[in-house]
Design a protein around this ligand. Structure first.
Ligand code: CTP
Length: 410
């Protein structure tokens, strides 16, 4: 397996030699790439001697192959940028291709991991936050920097992650790749909209970000993904089968239709619990209407799935504004689920509209694990790792016991 190790210009560049060595110990072949700025911090000779390959850094230098960046992109199985400066993150996010590495990124179809390193203010700057959000949405994995004394003399976040953490991210990426190949996955996302008349409706604040992140992650692991989505502003991950719905009853219909052909179902949608008893085809005029809306309950889709499931692994969410653990445990039982993900939607930084989520995951054996506040794309990775582990355990339990002793007859 070949990994492109790209080094950009910042003080953490010296650690790239350690990363290179750790990857080699795991049996990877390293193809080194450096930006011009990186060469101010360590010499290409260091990476050349360690890797046994020429360092590529120039779009127009004398290469043996004609279009080097395309050739390199095709030859490798992963692009790792460590350290990644704010500048290269911005170029990747915006698609600027003005040097070898940024051009290489645009030609890359393999997984991409970036390990940022920069000054603490640069790390927290809105421009960097936005660029990271764009990259994460695109499936790029970000190895979060550590905290501590920085080269600029300040303290805070921005130090390149430890080489061992970067190695772990690489190993996990290869472990996950195609781990869901052949699996059929059904995911719901977003809010539902319950119309009152042609103008007014009842809905909720769900952005759909968690469900879309789950769909993207499942897709990148090789699953066939059906994403049943309420109205959102999001671009669906490439390759998923998107089924757009509006109301809770449309979502129920689409989910029940695909359920029989699914191996795993994840209900991340914020389904409306109530719908107006009567929908007016004309705009309700204020002089005609009493200020009362009669509502009726919608179908609890997830509960139905819990009752109907055979081989399917069914996962639900519990969006709570308090007593998350208790409510999640109750919903796991009441809806007959294999796994539930509880989250507190009241704090602004982890609510429906946020890019972050803080979850507690509880399985049907009652085991729970709580995670810190993380980007929703990272939560998606954690959840699929958990789902895969639980599915594997279940399959192992179902397998017939091996017979070590066959009784002799006669
Ligand atoms: N859900 C569903 N159908 C509904 C309502 C909810 O399938 N009509 C699913 C959601 O997608 C989620 C889980 O049930 O996976 C829990 O949803 P949540 O809104 O947290 O709980 P409710 O069951 O609606 O209960 P409550 O609103 O009282 O907390």
């Amino acid at each position: 397996m070949k990994i492109i190790l790209a080094v950009t210009g910042c003080i953490g560049a010296y650690k790239s030699a350690v990363v290179l060595r750790l990857l080699q110990k795991e049996g990877f072949e390293i193809l080194p790439v450096m930006t011009q700025a990186a060469q101010q911090f360590i010499t290409p000779l260091t990476l050349e001697k360690l890797s046994g390959h020429k360092v590529v850094s120039d779009l127009f230098s004398d290469h043996t192959v004609q279009i080097e960046h395309i050739h390199l992109a095709r030859e490798s199985h992963l692009l790792l940028v460590a350290p990644a400066t704010a500048n290269i993150l911005a170029k990747f996010a915006q698609g600027i291709a003005d040097d070898f590495l940024s051009t290489l990124y645009l030609s890359t179809v393999t997984p991409v991991i970036v390990a940022p390193a920069m000054n603490v203010e640069m790390w927290h700057h809105k421009a960097t936050r936005k660029n990271l959000e764009i990259l994460r949405e695109r499936g790029v994995e970000v190895v979060e920097p550590g905290s501590g004394y920085l080269a600029c003399g300040e303290e805070g976040e921005g130090r390149l992650a430890e080489p061992e953490h970067i190695l772990e991210a690489v190993l996990n990426t290869f472990r996950r790749e195609k781990s869901l190949l052949g699996k059929r996955v059904l995911i719901t996302a977003g809010p539902t909209i319950e119309d009152l008349d042609p103008v007014r409706f009842i809905s909720n604040r769900s952005s759909g970000k968690m469900g879309y992140a789950l769909a993207g992650e499942a897709q990148s692991r090789g699953a066939q993904v059906v994403l049943v989505s309420g109205p959102t502003q999001l671009e669906p991950p490439e390759g998923v089968n998107l089924v757009r719905v509006r109301s809770a009853s449309e979502m129920a219909k689409a989910v029940f239709q695909h359920f029989a052909r699914s191996d795993v179902v994840v209900m991340a949608a914020a389904v409306s619990d109530f719908t107006p008893a009567n929908v007016s085809s004309e705009k309700i005029k204020k002089k005609d209407a009493k200020p009362v809306i009669h509502l009726e309950k919608t179908v609890d889709i997830l509960k139905r799935l819990g009752q109907r499931k055979e081989w399917q692994f069914v996962v639900g969410f519990a969006a709570e504004s308090g007593a998350v653990r208790e409510n999640a445990r109750r919903k796991l039982q009441e809806k007959g689920l294999d796994l539930i993900v509880g989250n507190d939607i009241s704090p602004q930084d982890q609510g429906f509209e946020s890019d972050f989520n803080q979850v507690i995951v509880i399985d049907s054996d009652g085991k729970e694990e709580e995670f810190p506040l993380l980007p929703k794309t990272d939560v998606a990775r954690i959840l699929w790792d958990k789902i895969e582990t639980r599915c594997a355990q279940r399959a192992a339990n179902r397998r017939p016991q091996t017979v070590d002793h066959i009784p002799q007859t006669g």
